[in-house]
Design a binder for this molecule. Structure first.
Ligand code: MG
Length: 334
């Protein structure tokens, strides 16, 4: 099939610069692709790369779009370079195919807490709003201070609250062991990426920690590409897989492998706009495995609220996802 093809690049200020381990991230840059089929129907997809997470840059995605011109055929579609993962994702959703049937009417959402002591002030109002799963960034301050803060947090929140501790690979093995020791017997749903991927022996270290402690471990940075998901499945990983659908080129194929293995999957935001979020969340609602609270408690996120997905609430319903109008965001990006 041949499509009429166009794309628009966007550059959107976050309401507040996002704090990352690499410093401040003030602007979300990405692009929308739009295809028009011979019958006049339209599909829109979003490429929201995060180069720090191993994806392409927006400039690389844009250069490919420019090279195509205004017609997109099967040959061009099958020839998108593998490393342009966000772009391949965007094109797959724009071009479409069979819709994924939702299997959940609503899904829980994890509240995002700020790192450090600020979480203590932030968490109780979220609990009042109904959140019971809290994601807290750790590995930012000293481990002993953060471990004491975790107990303060547990004490400040209703019984039944659970925590996701995301270290973003900040710990060494010894610190990870101390933390996992502390987490057992406490309401910690999982510890996310305790040690960094890529360092020597990191995979064995993660597998060893998962075997030695009862608290589950979630892989995030360790599964930045499709091949890595396969490697961890082959290894028999029984912890969680944090999947940011927007960053996976062959996302349906990867989710198919995870489903077949009965893997535990946490669907998470890559801080994309509503277009990419709708695509990602539809996959989450279609996930055949056990429902795990979504890592999509990120909105409002942009200074220009037209680009936001549904505001963070303890539960997200399928109709909230369907209400996002990609055409409106495409127009707003002009
Ligand atoms: Mg993470």
């Amino acid at each position: 099939m041949e499509f009429r093809f166009s794309f628009r690049r966007y550059s959107l200020a976050f309401r507040q610069p996002v704090r990352t381990s690499r410093g401040q991230w003030p602007l979300r840059e990405g692009l929308y692709v739009r295809v028009e089929r011979p019958d006049g129907t339209v599909g829109i997809g979003e490429a929201a790369p995060v180069p720090a997470f191993g994806s392409e840059t927006v400039a690389e995605a844009e250069a490919w779009c420019r090279s195509v011109g205004d017609r997109l055929g099967d040959e061009a579609l099958s020839g998108v370079p593998r490393n342009l993962r966000s772009l391949r994702n965007a094109l797959a959703f724009a071009v479409g195919g069979a819709a994924d049937l939702p299997r959940h009417a609503s899904l829980g959402v994890a509240a995002l807490l700020p790192a450090g002591r600020a979480a203590l002030a932030d968490a109780p109002p979220r609990a009042d709003a109904g959140f019971r799963v809290f994601k807290w960034k750790v590995g930012v301050g000293a481990a002993d201070d953060e471990m004491a803060l975790l107990d303060d947090l547990i004490g400040a929140l209703p019984a039944g609250s659970r925590f996701r501790l995301d270290a973003n690979g900040a710990w060494d093995r010894r610190t990870a062991e101390k933390w996992l020791d502390r987490a057992s017997g406490r309401p910690v749903e999982f510890v996310e990426q305790p040690v960094a991927p890529g360092s020597k022996g990191a995979d064995d270290c993660l597998a060893g920690l998962a075997a030695d402690y009862p608290t589950p471990i979630a892989l995030d940075e360790s599964i930045a590409d499709e091949e890595a998901v396969g490697r961890w499945l082959d290894r028999g990983w029984r912890g969680y897989f944090v999947v940011k659908p927007a960053l996976v080129g062959e996302v349906r194929a990867v989710l198919g492998r995870l489903a077949k293995a009965h893997a535990r999957v946490v669907f998470s935001s890559a801080l994309e706009t509503g277009v990419g979020a709708q695509a990602a969340l539809r996959l989450a609602f279609a996930w055949p495995g056990k429902a795990v609270s979504l890592g999509f408690g990120v909105w409002p996120l942009f200074s220009d609220a037209r680009f936001d997905g549904p505001a963070a609430a303890p539960f997200l319903r399928m109709e909230d996802v369907n209400r996002i109008n990609p055409e409106a965001l495409w127009s707003a990006a002009s």
